[in-house]
Design a binder for this molecule. Sequence first.
Ligand code: NAP
Length: 303
Amino acid sequence: MASAPLRFGLVGTGYWARITHAPALAAAPDIELAAVWGRSADAAAALAGTYGAGAHSGAGELGAFLDAVDGVAFAVPPDVQAPIAVAAARAGKHLMLEKPLATSVTGADEVASAVAESGVASAVFFTLMFRAEIRAWLAEVTARGGWLTGLTTWFGSSLGESSPFNTPWRREKGALWDIAPHAVSLLWAALGPVTGVTADAGPADVSHLILHHEGGASSTVTVSQNGGEAAAGFEAYLWSDRGRSVAPRMTPDPVPALSLALTELVANIRAGRTEHPCDVRFGRDVGHVVAEAQRQIDQRRRG
Ligand SMILES: NC(=O)c1ccc[n+]([C@@H]2O[C@H](COP(=O)([O-])OP(=O)(O)OC[C@H]3O[C@@H](n4cnc5c(N)ncnc54)[C@H](OP(=O)(O)O)[C@@H]3O)[C@@H](O)[C@H]2O)c1
């Protein structure tokens, strides 16, 4: 007999929740979008109403929201996500998390510990890692091996005045926390675990990271969210003395990537598995790299 779909709740009612999480959850074959939680009652009711889900708002309704679901997807700022994710994991709910897990080592560690202690399944939406074209490229380059270095640049335009992503946490934390986790996750998968980072920053939200990988390869990440649309773009390639391999261009629609993440999370939940290449442990480890980069940048700024 087929089992009932898993009930998922969505934390967050902003632009990203509306254009990516809600449609991906609603379209997932083995998921029912059962509940929406937001800090604004009106926004929660509006988004929940679109999908026939229950609406919950404010800290006082978080318990009822968690009681109504088997899993929780997040589309709120990282340091809002982390404590709610801890509470959800402790309540036995599976987690579809956003990158970065938190903007502190402590915050990321607390989420990872709560997940480990409760035995729930987790996935972190490192978008590149769930894009079919990037998956195919990673399969090819890791099978080939022998790469000496990798270079990534990602110039976004989210801090532009008219961008829907020009949100308070992004203005405060910048591309280092918003975009660098994507690039680190890609280079980690392509070249092996990151064992060290050296970082510095430039003007206009530019951050530079040099990563060292287990096995000896090194790589670089340069990111900013402060450019205009005309200057935006993502480029990545791997290099060795035998040649180079350029990562494919990405399709703009994020929904198929989140749909794949949800499909893999549900498969793990159904199988009683908790490990995934992008699970909470990986999210924590990428967060540690970014936190160390932030520490060095702050230290250099202080002189
Ligand atoms: N994987 C990707 O490619 C990708 C792309 C975009 C975003 N993201 C991630 O999605 C998350 C949300 O990003 P965003 O820029 O859309 O964030 P945001 O607009 O700042 O926040 C989205 C939601 O969080 C709510 N919120 C903000 N502060 C809150 C607080 N203190 N308590 C409770 N709720 C609060 C907002 O409520 P109000 O509407 O009431 O302000 C809104 O519903 C981030 O983790 C980001 O990294 C990931």
